[in-house]
Each structure stands twice: as C-alpha cells, then as structure tokens.
Design a protein around this ligand. Structure first.
Ligand code: NDP
Length: 434
C-alpha cells in the first residue's frame, strides 16, 4: 500500500488475489522462495505520456495516456485501452493486474497489460476522436508489436477507435502488422465473434454456473447493467440460452422491460445512433420504462450480469438482489462488485463468477484474432464461436476443480485466482529472477 498510494481500485484487486492465495500458503514454498507475489504486483513497465490534440473549435486539448505492461511471462502484453474521464494510473494498474490472471485462465499464450486515457469520447465529433487517437498512437506505437504488446478495446474504445489507432500505427511504422491490435474491423484483419465475445462469454459462464447447481436460464429473469459492447451481447446470448433479459443501463439511469429487452431496438439506439438508454423506453412503449438515476439492481431477477464498470454493485444492491431470490452473478465488467457485495453473495450461497473468469471470452477471442492474423486466415462465425464456448466451459471447470482441490468447493473467486496464478508463477520461476 505504501508503494502505491492513492490507488484504491488497485489495492482492492491485489487484496482479493492475496486473500484467495492464503488457501495455498505453505503448500508451495517455492512461490515464497522466489517472492513471486511481490514480483507479480510490480508492473514490468509503466508508460505515461502527454496526448495533445486540437478540438473542432481550434483549441488545444491535453490528455494523459497510459500503458501498463504488467506481466509477459506467458506471452506478449495483452489487454484493452479505456477512454473515460475517470482513467488514472491506479485504475489502469487494477485492470492490468486482473488481466494477468484472466489471460492465464484462457490457456492461450498472452501476458497481461492495460492502458487508456482520461479522454472522454462522449459528445466529441468523429474528427475529434480521430485526432485524439492519432496523437495517442503517435506515442504508443513505439511500445507495441505483435510479439511485444497488443492492445484492444475497452470502455470508450470500440471499432471506430481501433480503426483510427490501427491506421496511425500503420502509417507511422510503414508495416501492415495486423496482429498488433485486436478488435479490428472484419475487412481489415478482425475476427468474427470478437465484438460479441465478452458478453457471450459472460452469459455462457452464467449458464455453466447454473448447470453446476442443477438450475438453468430457462424462462428466468436476468438483470444486465450497462448498454455498451459487453452488455449488448450478454443480452443477446441470454436470449439464446432461454433467459429473459429485462434491464439495461447507462450512467444516467436504467430501463426495465417486462417483456424482455428488444435487442434490435437497443442495438439501433446504442450501436448505430450512439444514443442514450432513455430513448429505448420512449421508443419501445408499453412494456418498458426508464428510471432516472437509481439502481438497476432494485429490479428482481434470478441472474445478474453486471456489465458497466468497477464497483457498480455494492453491498446494499447485493442484499436487495439476494432478498429478491438471486441465484447467480456473472461479472461481464471488470470488478463490478465490491468486496462486501461478494461476501453477501458468498453467505447467501449465490454462485458468483468473478470477472477474470466470467469475462475472459473477450480477450480469448482477441487471442484467436491474433492466431488468424498470424496464419493469414479467417475463420467462420460458427468455428470461432465454438472455440469461444469451449474456452468458457474450460475456464468454468478449471475454476470449479481448483476450488475443490484447495478445499473451497464452489468458490469461483478462489478457483480463478489460484489457477490463474499458478501458471504465471511457474513460468516466472522458470525464467529466473528477471
Ligand atoms: P462500453 O464503453 O461499450 O460500455 C460501457 C457501458 O457502461 C456504457 O453503457 C456506459 O454508460 C456504462 N458505464 C461506464 N462507466 C460508467 C459509470 N461510471 N457509471 C455508470 N455506467 C457506466 O464498454 P464495454 O462494454 O466494452 O466495457 C464494460 C465493462 O466490461 C468494463 O468494465 C470493461 O473493462 C469490461 N470488459 C470489456 C471487454 C470488452 O471486450 N469490451 C473485455 C472484458 C471486460 P455511459 O455511456 O453513460 O458512460
């Protein structure tokens, strides 16, 4: 804590991993001998840079850019870029730290990293977003490479931003290095299913957890927060698996639709028009209503898939959900539930899938995009989705089996942390003290 002052989200993420690893303390002295955990907490490299750009009025704007290259024991640094006004070094470090274990759980050869900027794309024109992305990449490109560091999207960074970033990378390096960024458009090196992958994966993980407790999605009410990339496709897969997604939200409030969310309408408003969530209720009519402010978790549901941002589901929300008969939580976002909320779920016997396991489908499919780029190939939707489904099922069973092995049956948090940690730790030991 003393080494990293003023970074509460980072402390929260590290504390959770340390607590989980207490169950294996003493069992593997080799990890203590090599001081692995302390080494893992320290990023291999942290880059902070100025991002100057000119807005539509001709005024100079200055943002701050970050890339934390956290751990490359299993492969090149891999993790998204977040553009949101709340971004600071502590947030990027928490996300990068989580990414190490998540990427390890996928079983694919990728290390952990994360980056972003305090740039807020809301209300900015296409031209402004382009100029910002070009300036951001003008610094970041020297740290990237398909064998070095491979960024992707996250909050505020979708296909449009990845396009501007890739265009500038290509221009600066004079190389068509497709595998240097993931989440690319389908015409220029992107992978089918990448857009859907995180949300699909979170719903598949929920499905696996429900099956493990002898339950299912069939006809059950599902509360989803957010209305961005992850939320939209968690809603889509929930529909496909037989559940009834009834909510979506943004930072202004939430909608509840008792007939189930009309996905085509929601996609039109969010993906095509870049509109706000209240427009959904206005256009849907009858079954839907918009609640300004307030908590989406007040809506009774059997399954929750929080898919907006960190610490959006607190202890009060958790208690409300439990009293309304909640059975399972699958974290589509990164660390959306507070520590206290997770404790409430644990005590109530709710199945809880932590983000580093439940939302790993996105980065896993990014690694599949890299495989396609490396082999100059493109896979079909069906093939890629089948690989994603299998990866999510494997992550689920790895978490469950590991939790059982270390004496904490059903505890997916412990299972994910221990399984993710062991692989990285073993590789680090093999490399010596570097
Ligand atoms: P998007 O930018 O597409 O969507 C984010 C959504 O969350 C928007 O609806 C946004 O509303 C809402 N939101 C963001 N911040 C806040 C806030 N402080 N309070 C309330 N609502 C908020 O991002 P993604 O869907 O890509 O990411 C969502 C989460 O999933 C993040 O935690 C991200 O790290 C995680 N994740 C994403 C992956 C991916 O592949 N995209 C992979 C793995 C994890 P508004 O527009 O009003 O800000």
């Amino acid at each position: 804590l003393r080494r990293n002052p003023g970074e509460p989200e980072f402390h929260q993420a590290v504390r959770e991993v340390f607590e989980s690893l207490e169950v294996i303390q003493g069992k593997y002295p080799v990890y203590n001998d090599h001081d692995i955990l302390m080494r893992m907490c320290e990023p291999e490299r942290q880059i902070i840079f100025r991002v100057p750009w000119v807005d539509d009025k001709g005024a100079v704007q200055i943002n701050r850019g970050f890339r934390v290259e956290y751990n490359s024991a299993l492969g090149p640094y891999k993790g998204g870029l977040r553009f949101h006004r709340s971004v600071n070094l502590g947030i990027v470090k928490f996300l990068g730290f989580e990414q190490i274990f998540k990427n390890s759980l996928t079983g694919l050869p990728i290390g952990g990293g994360k980056g972003g900027s305090d740039f807020d794309p809301h209300g900015r024109s296409d031209g402004e977003v382009m100029r910002f992305c070009q300036s951001f990449m003008t610094e970041l490109h020297r740290h990237m490479g398909e064998y070095t560091d491979v960024p992707a999207g996250d909050i505020g960074v979708g296909a449009r931003e990845i396009g501007y970033l890739f265009g500038q990378y290509k221009r600066l390096t004079n190389r068509y290095e497709a595998g240097v960024l993931t989440g690319k458009g389908l015409d220029w090196g992107g992978s089918l299913v990448r857009k859907e992958a995180t949300g699909y994966g979170a719903a598949i993980f929920a499905d696996e957890m429900l099956r493990a407790r002898g339950s299912s999605f069939e006809g059950r009410r599902v509360a989803v927060s957010g209305s961005g990339n992850v939320a939209l496709y968690a809603i889509e897969k929930t529909h496909q698996l037989g559940g009834v997604p009834i909510t979506a939200s943004d930072s202004t409030g939430y909608v509840v639709d008792e007939d189930g969310i009309d996905l085509e309408l929601l996609k039109q408003i969010k993906e095509v028009e870049r509109g706000r969530i209240h427009e959904y209720a206005e256009r849907r009519g009858g079954s839907a209503r918009f609640v300004k402010g307030g908590s989406v978790w007040d809506v009774p549901a059997a399954i929750a898939i929080p898919s907006a941002t960190q610490n959006e589901l607190d202890v009060d929300a958790a208690r409300t959900l439990v009293s309304n008969g909640l059975e399972a939580v699958s974290e589509g976002a990164n660390m959306p539930c507070t520590r206290e909320a997770i404790e409430v779920f644990r005590e109530a016997g709710v199945s809880f899938g932590p983000g580093k396991a439940a939302n790993a489908g996105g980065v896993a499919t990014s690694a599949l995009e890299m495989q396609q780029n490396a082999s100059r190939d493109t896979w079909s939707f069906e093939h890629t989705e089948e690989r994603l489904t299998q990866i999510m099922k494997n992550i689920h069973s790895t978490c469950l089996e590991t939790a059982e092995e270390v004496g904490r049956p059903g505890d997916y948090v412990v299972g994910a942390n221990v399984a993710g940690f062991r692989k990285v730790a073993d590789a680090m030991i093999a490399f010596g003290v570097i």
